[in-house]
Design a protein around this ligand. Structure first.
Ligand SMILES: [Zn+2]
Length: 321
């Protein structure tokens, strides 16, 4: 985001205006032609809804913990954080950005699903004593993956892994449940297996904003870790939500979210049909990776690496149909 725009977006309250020095410095350095890592940017997607956009990088050695959309929603009584980033450091950066906007208590930290880029920042909010919230399957998912995620975390984020822990939800969502932030109600919906086994969406009634977690990918290749056919059913379910805009798990906030769902649905449908056809033709896994859904190449970021994983997974599942 251009620095001027970021300043304009952050300049909407007294608290934010009172602290522009680092941004002015950033602007000054830009004008001098100096390079500087961008500060932790948070944009207001709708009144009271703030989002930090991660970069499109794969989860691998040194990914840094900052690749998905994380943020918070401010009500008149308190704040709900929605996803916390891939390390306590990223969580702390989000918390700092939140404190620039409001001093209200952090009542909830909501995780949209189990993936490490979305949950390892939870630890940065422990001192606020929020209610941690997630899908009814989230605690079990964390338990199952804890050993592997913690082992990988040092490799994924290096020294930032210090203090990493998986904090399971105290409030477990089954079906749909609402929470009240004061002046706005968040409707939380848990889905059967789709992108993962613990997908949860958050709908803010005050602004018609739908926070989809990784049920919606924009730009970045959708990655399957749950049930592809369940995901297609979840997409149909999402379409019925009367949202004016969506905040995807990865990619830009958009009002054109039905079109974004169309793209995702096309990729997933093509993947399903062509892996199925390849198995029927007797193609091996490697040949299937090289041939299935290749029409989607060039339409998505990180396609080669993520698509390969998707085909490998789907091949194993569909082989037994
Ligand atoms: Zn995910």
């Amino acid at each position: 985001m251009p620095a001027e725009l970021m300043l304009a977006r952050l300049g909407s309250s007294r608290k934010e205006v009172a602290m522009p020095n680092q941004y002015l410095l950033f602007l000054a350095l830009l004008h001098c032609g100096a390079t500087l890592a961008a500060p932790f940017a948070v944009e207001q997607a709708a009144p009271g809804i703030y989002v930090h956009r991660g970069e499109h990088r794969d989860i691998n050695a040194g990914y840094g913990g900052d690749i998905c959309n994380i943020g918070f929603i401010v009500g008149s009584k308190g704040v709900a954080v929605i996803d916390s980033g891939g390390s306590p450091k990223v969580g702390a950066q989000l918390r700092k950005a939140l404190r620039r906007v409001t001093d209200l208590p952090i009542l909830y930290v909501i995780n949209t699903h189990v993936h490490p880029d979305h949950v390892f920042g939870n630890a940065a909010f422990r001192k606020d004593k929020p209610t941690f919230v997630g899908h009814e399957n989230l605690a079990a998912g964390m338990e199952q993956r804890q050993a592997v995620y913690l082992r990988n975390q040092a490799e994924w984020v290096g020294a930032d892994a210090a203090g990493s822990e998986l904090i399971p939800p105290a409030l477990q969502i089954r079906g749909t449940q609402s929470i009240d932030l004061g002046g706005r109600t968040l409707r939380l919906t848990a889905y059967p297996a789709a992108h993962s086994h613990s997908d949860l969406t958050v709908f803010d009634d005050a602004t018609g904003t739908l926070w989809t977690g990784d049920l919606l990918f924009i730009e970045r290749t959708p990655s399957v870790d749950g049930d592809l056919q369940g995901w297609l059913r979840a997409i149909a379910q999402l379409r019925a939500i009367p949202a004016a805009r969506a905040i995807p798990g990865h990619g830009p906030v958009t009002r054109e979210w039905h079109a974004a769902l169309d793209d995702e649905q096309r990729y997933l449908t093509t993947l399903l049909a062509e892996v199925r056809a390849a198995i029927k033709q007797g193609l091996g896994l490697q040949q299937t990776i090289e041939s299935a859904a290749r029409s989607e190449q060039g339409k998505w970021v990180l396609f080669d690496i993520i698509h390969r994983r998707n085909v490998s997974l789907m091949y194993l599942v569909l082989e037994w149909e």
